[in-house]
Design a protein around this ligand. Structure first.
Ligand SMILES: *Cc1c(COP(=O)(O)O)cnc(C)c1O
Length: 380
C-alpha cells in the first residue's frame, strides 16, 4: 500500500504523547483568549509588546487597504513591490542602521530562502545547536557543508572554525533563543567572524522590539552583524519578515533567492501597518520596561526550587522533562484559566519538554501572581 508511513507515524506520535492538535481560538482580546466559551489568560503568545489590535496599527491596516489594496497581486519582481513596501524597508534600514532591507512573507521563508541562496559547494554554515528549524532546513537545502556548534559555546565554535576548509563561512545563531529565552553574545560572535574571515547571520525573531533603546534588537549590541533577520510575527504583531544586509547581498537575493522571486509579495496593507507598529515600538520604551518588571516579579514569586534562566527577553522556560507530565501540568493550569501550551520534542531536544511562559507588556501584576501561584502548586 502506498504512503503507509502516514498512519504509522501518527500512531507513533500518539504513543509518545507527541501528537499535536490545533485548538480553534474563538476570540482574542489582549492577553485574554476565548476557547470553547471559556476565557483564559494567555501566556503562550508571542505578542510580547502587547501591540496586537492596537488602534493605530489597525487604522494603518485599513488605510493601507484603501491606498494599496489587501493584495500585492504579484511577486515583487513583477508589480508586487509598492510604495508601502519601500517605505517599510527604508524605515527598517534607518532603525537598524543597515544599508539595505528585503521583505519576505515569513521568517521561515526568509531564513530558508537566504541560506538556500548562499549554499554553494564552497560554503560552510556553522549553526548554533539550538537554531530554529527554518535555519537548519535552509542550511541543509543546498550544496553547502553544515556543522552545528554546542549551544552558545564559542570555544567550541572557534575550534571548529580554525579547521575550516571552504572559502565562504557563515556563522548562524539566534539573538535570543526561542525556546530557552537565553541570549547569544553578538559581540563575541562578531569578533569570531571577523577573526576567521566569516560572516555572521543573526535571527532576531525574539530580540527585535525587546532589546536596545529603540528596540532594534541585536544591532543595538553590535552594529557589524552582516545579516540580520527578524519576523514581524512576534513583537511587531503583524506578519512577514525582513533581511537587513549590505547592497550586494540585497541585489543578489533579489536575483537568486527563490523564496523571494517566486512568491507573491507581502500584502501592502500589512506592510503599511507594520511600519506603524515599528514607530510605536521605537517610541514606547515603557513596553520593554514593563516586560522586565513583570519578569522579575514572576521570578521572585516562583518556588525557590524552580530556577529560571536569567534573561532580558519575554521568554521564560520551565523545563519539566517528560512529555506526559508536561501535558498534565498544562491541563491543570487550563482548569485554572491559564493558557500555556506544552512545548515538546521535536520542537525542543528529547527529555526537555517544557512550559514556555511568555510575559507580555499588557499582562497585569495580578495575572503574573496568579500564574506563579498556580505553577508553584502544580509543579509540586
Ligand atoms: C518564529 C520564528 C521564525 C519564523 O518566523 P515566522 O514569521 O513565524 O515564519 C524564525 N526563527 C525563529 C527563531 C522564530 O522564533
Amino acid at each position: 500500500m502506498a504512503f503507509e508511513f502516514i498512519a504509522e507515524q501518527l500512531a507513533q506520535q500518539k504513543l509518545a504523547h507527541r501528537l499535536r492538535h490545533r485548538q480553534c481560538i474563538a476570540e482574542q482580546h489582549g492577553v485574554k483568549l476565548v476557547y470553547q466559551n471559556k476565557e483564559y489568560v494567555n501566556f503562550s503568545s508571542n505578542d510580547y509588546l502587547g501591540l496586537n489590535q492596537h488602534p493605530d496599527i489597525n487604522n494603518a491596516f485599513q488605510e493601507g487597504i484603501k491606498k494599496f489594496g489587501a493584495s500585492s497581486c504579484s511577486s515583487s519582481l513583477v508589480t508586487g513591490f509598492s510604495y508601502a513596501h519601500q517605505v517599510l524597508e527604508e524605515t527598517i534600514c534607518e532603525w537598524l542602521n543597515k544599508p539595505r532591507c528585503l521583505l519576505f512573507n515569513s521568517g521561515f521563508s526568509a531564513n530558508h530562502g537566504v541560506l538556500h541562496a548562499l549554499a554553494t559547494d564552497q560554503t560552510q554554515f556553522w549553526l548554533d545547536k539550538l537554531s530554529h528549524a527554518s535555519l537548519i532546513d535552509g542550511a541543509l537545502s543546498g550544496k553547502a557543508k553544515v556543522k552545528r556548534f554546542l549551544h552558545n559555546d564559542y570555544d567550541h565554535l572557534e575550534q571548529l572554525l580554525s579547521k575550516k576548509t571552504l572559502a565562504n563561512n557563515l556563522i548562524v545563531s539566534e539573538g535570543i533563543f526561542s525556546m530557552d529565552g537565553d541570549q547569544a553574545d553578538a559581540n563575541a560572535l562578531q569578533n569570531l567572524a571577523q577573526k576567521h574571515d566569516a560572516w555572521l547571520y543573526l535571527d532576531d525573531a525574539h530580540s527585535l522590539g525587546l532589546i536596545g533603546e529603540n528596540g532594534q534588537g541585536s544591532t543595538s549590541i553590535n552594529n557589524h552583524i552582516d545579516i540580520v533577520m527578524a519576523t514581524f510575527g512576534k513583537a511587531v504583531a503583524t506578519s512577514g519578515a525582513f533581511i537587513a544586509c549590505n547592497e550586494d547581498l540585497h541585489d543578489y537575493l533579489i536575483n537568486f533567492a527563490r523564496h523571494y522571486i517566486y512568491s507573491t509579495a507581502m500584502s501592502p496593507a500589512n506592510a503599511w501597518a507594520t511600519k506603524k507598529s515599528i514607530e510605536i515600538i521605537q517610541k514606547e520604551q515603557w513596553r520593554r520596561d514593563k516586560i522586565v518588571e513583570l519578569s522579575a516579579l514572576f521570578s521572585s514569586l516562583l518556588h525557590q526550587e524552580i530556577a529560571l534562566i536569567p534573561t532580558s527577553s519575554s521568554i521564560h522556560a520551565l523545563v519539566i522533562g517528560d512529555e506526559k507530565k508536561t501535558l498534565e501540568i498544562t491541563q491543570n493550569l487550563k482548569e485554572k484559566g491559564i493558557w500555556l501550551t506544552a512545548i515538546r520534542p521535536p520542537t525542543v531536544p528529547n527529555g526537555t519538554s517544557r512550559l514556555r511562559v511568555t510575559i507580555c507588556a499588557n499582562h497585569k501584576s495580578s495575572d503574573i501572581k496568579e500564574l506563579a501561584e498556580n505553577i508553584n502548586k502544580v509543579i509540586h
